[in-house]
Design a binder for this molecule. Structure first.
Ligand code: ZN
Length: 559
């Protein structure tokens, strides 16, 4: 009897095990449906694959050894971001890798590019399974509502700081919401990253990098990044490394939670010297602006230093979807207050986009003469001067009634588009100024204009309702009206350099006077008049449908 019971128990146990195994297999299978292969393949062609190779031969041996460790750490950043987007993502990725067959390959590629089953180029439409993406990604319980979160912190004010922290995720434990710090929620990866950064710190001979890596390795374990963010501002060697949780765009409920990312870069010293040369003229550039002296702003200086680098590897948030060509960090206001912030421009990413997306565009829209004269150097110089120009002109102003305010506060919703437009136009205006000073060769003038005109449709393509595209539409339509831009008999875009040079100064004058006077009504008028999708713009954009919208980097050191 007893034995029989034993046998029965054993049978139960075995069937239980079988059931458990079946359950595991079922549970293992996270991928239930897939979007049609044609859809995924077509979406992938919007991102041109580019092999990114950076010459590391000039690096010191210590830096090169450190780089290997840092890249290993960055691979864990990829895992962390996958988990932040969706807790099932790592398991789904493994399943895709296991089921890899020729037909499955595009899905795997797409999943790696998008960091999950949702297409970032198509409003987060799912291409695996059909579950919509939760607004809070993987940062909050899927069934949590905004109201529930707000009610919880209203009822538990002592827990508010932990709940709104950039560095916690919110979980539901036994039905109750709980904030868990990243270093606990993601302990495996975080500990691994911290260890690798410490090892990297021991290998480099660059004191500033060693300090950053050492402090960052510690800060990963506490989620207080202040000291290492401060140390990051002081990096002065050949490597430019960013690793940690930064931007909050992935959290579409509250924009509280920071997503992990990494930029592993080598400093481009030649480009940085070019910037230093331009930086010496900052005061003269301010003095040269086409506005009365009373509106010029000499106290601003270059509060945000600029570095030009080559990207060796990137990971996490920044690697998903559209690639970053420039970033401005840190976001911690305490660091910004104490040391400002640093702008980093990724030159090889800009060049890859130029070759893959920019050149195919100008081939479709430019008349023969400007087309023959476009160049990456002129395009990139304009990008650099655009960034410098953000730091020039009216910023904080005192109005005639004695009130102190800022241009951004007064121009409100028109500020982003007016400011981006200003930086573009002033970028050209300052390039012409640097030409007079002999910093840039005079014979580049036509090429600068041609590259400027050609580049406009890369931004306009993404829509005129965002600040960059809108700012470009204003310039394009203004210059068409002034006949500085024109169309040839084939409908292609051409330019008149004399008229363009004059029109750049008049448009810049208008933009700066709007800013100097904090003239909201004038901003509204300018935007209404020129931020228009005119028939010319529509026709040009319609020629660009098959051109890749961005690149998909394939790193020489592996994905
Ligand atoms: Zn800008």
């Amino acid at each position: 009897m007893i034995r029989r019971v034993g046998i029965v128990m054993e049978c139960l146990l075995i069937s239980g095990l079988v059931a458990l195994m079946l359950f595991c297999c079922e549970g293992d299978k996270l991928i239930l449906t897939r979007a049609p292969l044609e859809y995924v393949s077509a979406e992938l062609t919007k991102l041109a694959p580019v092999k990114l190779e950076v010459d590391l031969s000039a690096l010191q041996p210590g830096d090169r050894a450190a780089l290997g460790k840092i890249i290993q750490a960055a691979r864990s950043i990829d895992e962390l971001f996958l988990l932040q987007v969706n807790p099932d993502n790592l398991a789904m990725l493994r399943e895709l890798e296991r089921s890899r067959k020729p037909a499955g390959e595009p899905y795997l590629q797409m999943f790696r590019t998008m960091f999950g089953p949702w297409n970032r180029l198509d409003n987060e439409k799912p291409f695996i399974n059909d579950k919509p993406k939760p607004a809070g990604a993987g940062f909050y319980p899927e069934d949590m509502t905004k109201a529930e979160f707000e009610q919880f912190i209203a009822d538990h004010p002592d827990q508010r700081p932990a709940f709104v922290s950039e560095f916690t995720i919110v979980r539901r434990q036994n039905g109750v919401l709980k904030a868990v710090p990243y270093h606990e929620a993601y302990a495996n990866q975080v500990n691994q990253i911290s260890r690798l950064l410490k090892e990297a710190a021991a290998l480099t001979q660059d004191e500033t990098l060693r300090r950053y890596l050492t402090l960052r390795a510690e800060d990963f374990l506490t989620d207080d990044y202040f000291r290492s963010d401060m140390a990051w501002m002081d990096l002065a060697g050949d490597l430019e490394i960013v690793i940690g949780p930064y931007e909050v765009y992935e959290d579409n409920i509250f924009s509280y939670k920071a997503a992990y990312e990494a930029f592993i870069c080598v400093v481009d010293h030649a480009e940085s010297r070019k910037l230093d040369a331009a930086a010496q003229y900052l005061n003269e550039m301010e003095a040269n602006l086409p506005i009365p002296d009373q509106y010029k702003n000499f106290n601003r200086g270059l509060s945000s230093p600029i570095k030009v680098v080559q990207e060796v590897f990137s990971a996490g948030d920044t690697k998903s979807g559209i690639q970053t060509t420039a970033f401005n960090l840190p976001n911690d206001e305490r660091v910004r207050e104490a040391k400002g912030s640093k702008k980093v421009m990724l030159k090889n990413i800009a060049q890859a986009k130029y070759e893959q997306c920019w050149i195919p565009i100008v081939n479709q829209i430019l008349a023969p003469q400007p087309l023959r004269n476009v160049s990456f150097e002129c395009y990139f110089n304009h990008v650099l001067l655009h960034e410098i120009s953000h730091g020039l002109g009216p910023g904080l102003v005192t109005l005639p009634d004695g009130r102190s305010t800022s241009v951004s506060r007064e121009l409100k919703e028109f500020y982003p588009v007016v400011e981006e437009c200003k930086a573009d136009v002033m970028g050209i205006y300052n390039l012409l100024f640097l030409m007079k000073k002999g910093v840039i060769p005079e014979e580049q003038k036509y090429s600068i204009f041609a590259s400027y005109l050609g580049g406009m449709f890369r931004s306009i393509r993404f829509g005129i309702h965002q600040a960059h595209g809108g700012g470009v539409a204003i310039q394009f339509n203004y210059f068409m009206e002034k006949e500085a831009f024109l169309r040839n008999e084939d409908g292609l875009l051409d330019l008149n350099p004399q008229k363009l040079e004059k029109a750049v100064a008049t448009l810049l004058h208008e933009l700066l006077m709007i800013q100097a006077r904090c003239d909201y009504a004038a901003a509204a008028k300018l935007v209404a008049q020129y931020r228009q999708e005119t028939p010319v713009i529509r026709e040009m954009v319609s020629r660009l449908t098959d051109i890749p919208i961005d690149i998909r980097p394939e790193f020489a050191i592996g994905q």
